[in-house]
Design a protein around this ligand. Structure first.
Ligand code: 13P
Length: 253
């Protein structure tokens, strides 16, 4: 029922010309897979050029961040209206933004509202830190982050959630399929409580954190996991393509 999704978060990597090269290297292969949503999220400055290059293909575009005001004197920020013209998705609340740019739950909530208002589909990232995981606080932390991000939000149209344990990001130490399936199940139960069962069954929830071509199958095989948000491995065309193809074989309808 839920279309699987593999999204590549390129983070602060690739110049515009490198971004175009990377897209050229994966475009034809990705386009052959039609039962998985394939989303790439290059840096802001490459969105327009990459958008032109993937026009007419089935590859979708996402941004990595957003500001919550629509326009005005906010030097250096990018507004929801600007992004809505260029892309379909936007990553919000990534742990790197929470950690290095002091994004609080309140800011994440405002960004989600701002994105939904202009029809952008947020990819909301939540996940516990290592010490929280070790203290057995995963369920509590993830529940709190989810509820805070969705405060006052009445509809989730197109919203995607990415469960990304912070200790698994960029470390090469991915969570196990079973662990993440359990936490993602908990996230879905929370959505069911906050909204209703039908909405919860329709929301796509991805796993993120050291996903590679070698371990992707372990995640997408799980019933609750609808795909992956991929960092490092999304910068390698062949590897990203392999993750998408494996997902297609395992989960494609
Ligand atoms: P890595 O796949 O590099 O661990 O990054 C995951 C991530 O943060 C995706 O948003």
């Amino acid at each position: 029922m839920r279309v699987p999704m593999i999204a590549g978060n390129w983070k602060m990597n690739t110049t515009v010309s490198e971004a175009l090269e990377l897209v050229k290297a994966m475009r034809a292969g990705l386009d052959e897979v039609d039962n998985v949503d394939k989303v790439i999220c290059p840096p802001f400055i490459s969105l327009a050029a990459v958008g032109e290059l993937i026009k007419g293909s089935s590859i979708k575009l996402g941004a990595q961040n957003i500001y919550f005001e629509e326009m005005g004197a906010y030097t250096g920020e990018i507004s929801p209206l600007m992004l809505a013209e260029l892309c379909e998705f936007v990553i919000i609340g990534h742990s790197e933004r929470r950690q290095y740019f002091n994004e609080t739950g309140e800011i994440v909530n405002k960004k989600i509202q701002a994105a939904l208002k202009v029809g952008l589909k947020p990819i909301l990232c939540i996940g516990e830190r290592l010490e929280e995981n070790e203290a057995g606080l995963t369920a509590e932390v993830v529940t709190e982050q989810l509820r805070s991000a969705l405060t006052g939000i009445g509809y989730l149209s197109g919203l995607v959630i990415a469960y990304e344990p912070v200790w698994a990001i960029g470390t090469g130490k991915a969570a196990t399929g079973e662990q993440s399936n359990e936490t993602i199940g908990l996230i879905r139960r929370n959505i069911s409580e906050l909204y209703d069962k039908e909405i919860a069954q329709g929301v796509r929830i991805l796993y993120g954190g050291s996903v590679t071509a070698a371990n992707a199958a372990e995640f997408v095989r799980q019933l609750e996991i609808d795909g992956a948000l991929v960092g490092g491995a999304s910068l390698k065309a062949a590897e990203f393509l392999s993750i998408v193809k494996q997902t297609s074989e395992i989960r494609g309808h």
